[in-house]
Design a protein around this ligand. Structure first.
Ligand code: S3P
Length: 166
């Protein structure tokens, strides 16, 4: 049985929704890194970006991830793969699952979203970010789940199966 399981993937792929499902249905401890950062710093992610830029946010994110080393399910921000340190932390503590969602599906889910600083740019830039990140997620992941046609419950149960078998 795995000690810790990390959910990675692009903004809007369902990491925190699936994490909450696992917490509620399977009684596992769960923390989302963005929520943790907002609570411990008393600021919204967009405010951290606005005042300290992405650089500061990434530093905070590295520390947050390191400190969450006793939580069974950790959902991460979409940019967790931007720093190699985070791969080392996650590999040391547990297993990394990439929730892969197509760009088209992400666009339809995040249509009205204005809360994510790195989504607030034109379509071409969003797509470039998606492509670059997809390569990074694949390089970090121990397992990949293609989520487009799956419900939250199906994704959660697949993760439980991985968790039992590893
Ligand atoms: C980011 C994704 C966000 C959040 C921040 C940066 C990214 O998390 O950490 O806005 O770089 O992709 P979600 O993936 O939960 O939206």
């Amino acid at each position: 049985m795995l000690k810790q399981l990390y959910l990675i993937g692009f903004m809007g792929c369902g990491k925190s929704t699936v994490g909450r499902y696992l917490q509620e249905e399977h009684d596992l401890s769960f923390v989302d890194t963005d929520t943790f950062i907002e609570e411990t710093h008393g600021k919204e992610i967009s405010e951290i970006f606005a005042t300290g830029g992405e650089q500061l946010f990434r530093k905070i994110e590295i520390e947050a991830l390191r400190s969450l080393n006793n939580v069974e399910i950790v959902s991460t921000g979409g940019g967790i793969v931007e720093r190699k340190e985070n791969q080392i932390t996650m590999e040391k503590n547990g297993f990394i699952v990439y929730l892969e969602t197509s760009f088209e599906e992400i666009v339809s889910r995040l249509q009205a979203d204005t809360t994510r600083p790195l989504w607030n740019q034109n379509l071409k830039k969003r797509e470039q970010l998606y492509e670059r990140r997809n390569t990074l997620y694949l390089s970090f992941a121990d397992a990949v789940i293609q989520t487009d046609a799956m419900t939250v419950e199906e994704i959660g149960e697949k993760i439980m199966k991985i968790r039992r078998e590893e």
